[in-house]
Design a protein around this ligand. Structure first.
Ligand code: AMP
Length: 113
């Protein structure tokens, strides 16, 4: 996806504040943090959203969850944290490349807005 901002970040064409990277995923600080800790985890493979994921992406999705848990530990979110995947219009998704938000270091509300 040549016009996808997160694909450009994944390729290093747009700078990001990197927190973690491996061959499948990149984790970086959100530009507009909604909590003292707010990072995004993206797959390097372009998927428009969680809705676009297929059975063949099962290992990738599992990898993202396990790595975001490791990042949470690395960032010392020992008191808990929230992982969010905004999906589609009603889900509040603004960037059309699958991403997980990791938010922490403050108490979260429920239900979310
Ligand atoms: P969503 O609304 O779930 O699609 O989340 C998109 C997130 O991407 C928002 O929290 C934005 O602040 C964040 N974002 C957009 N562009 C960038 C960027 N260049 N670097 C870091 N975060 C970004």
């Amino acid at each position: 996806m040549s016009d996808c901002i997160f694909c450009k970040i994944a390729k290093g064409e747009i700078p990001s504040n990197k927190v973690y990277e491996d061959d499948q995923v990149l984790c970086f600080k959100d530009l507009d943090p909604q909590a003292p800790v707010h990072v995004l985890m993206i797959p390097k493979k372009h998927l428009d959203s969680l809705s676009a994921a297929a059975e063949e992406d099962a290992a990738l999705l599992s990898h993202m969850l396990l790595k975001i848990k490791d990042v949470a530990k690395e960032l010392e979110l020992d008191n808990g944290y929230r992982v969010v995947i905004n999906t589609g219009e009603d889900g509040g998704q603004s960037v059309k490349h699958l991403h997980m938000h990791l938010l922490g270091k403050r108490s979260m509300n429920w239900p979310p807005g």
